[in-house]
Design a protein around this ligand. Structure first.
Ligand SMILES: Cc1cc2nc3c(=O)[nH]c(=O)nc-3n(C[C@H](O)[C@H](O)[C@H](O)COP(=O)(O)O)c2cc1C
Length: 216
């Protein structure tokens, strides 16, 4: 079976926000879609290891902020590559409470407020089926998963249902003369002439130079 055919599936990008023990938590998801149109139901696939799933199981309410092409990439890095278990992901960005859920501040194409109704076990993941409770209009073009890979040059961690092992091995043949350094936190690949500067910071997850290693 050729699993690369799965790469032809298309997705958006979302910041999921919820409260746990009175603290705002959340993560990036790409696996969201609308299931029904009247009194709409939506679904999201969440890894069982993600702290955000624990939050939704307890609190039920959560928000989905629809990432736009002009949403700060640092939000994706922070929410997609670290856990709220030991991290205040909202610290640098702030949040507002909409429909009893935390929504990270920033430019988004819209916000959805949802309430979980069903949790369907899917091996490593849980499919959360949730009822739409409210919407907030936003601005900008919604970012697709493909745009995130091709233009933001981001990767997906192992917890993402659509994680591709091959991603870090893809060579960029157009940049043969540049040195390539990969971030060991988010997988961002920096292409520079010479060495990375000492004060280099990952544009995606803000990791410092010590997190970058040379790749071919
Ligand atoms: C582009 C991208 C897409 C992702 N999609 C999903 C997803 O659909 N479901 C999921 O469970 N995790 C997904 N993740 C991974 C979570 O965001 C990540 O594991 C996060 O650190 C979990 O944080 P938490 O422990 O605070 O919940 C994605 C990450 C990225 C960067």
């Amino acid at each position: 079976m050729d699993l690369t055919v799965l790469y032809k599936l298309t997705y958006g990008m979302y910041v999921l926000g919820a409260f746990k023990d009175g603290r705002p938590v959340g993560c990036i998801v790409n696996t969201c879609f609308q299931v029904t149109s009247e009194n709409p139901l939506l679904t999201v696939s969440l890894n069982k290891n993600n702290y955000t799933l624990d939050a939704i199981k307890e609190f039920k309410r959560f928000s989905l902020s629809i990432v736009a092409e002009d949403t700060a990439p640092g939000i994706i890095g922070k929410f997609g590559f670290s856990s709220s278990r030991d991290n205040d992901k909202y610290h640098d960005f702030g949040y507002e409470v909409l429909g009893c859920t935390p929504c990270v501040k920033g430019s988004f194409a819209g916000r959805l407020i949802l309430e979980a109704e069903q949790f369907i076990d899917c091996d490593t993941h849980v499919l959360v089926v949730a009822r739409l409770k409210d919407t907030v209009k936003g601005t900008g073009t919604p970012m697709t998963y493909s745009y995130y890979h091709s233009t933001v040059k981001g990767k997906a961690p192992k917890n993402a249902p659509t994680y591709r092992k091959e991603e870090t091995k893809v060579a960029d043949t157009t940049a043969k003369t540049l040195n390539r350094y990969e971030c060991d936190i988010c997988g961002y690949v920096a292409e520079v002439d010479g060495e990375l500067p000492d004060d280099y910071e990952c544009p995606l997850c803000c990791a410092d130079k010590s997190h970058f290693f040379r790749i071919e």
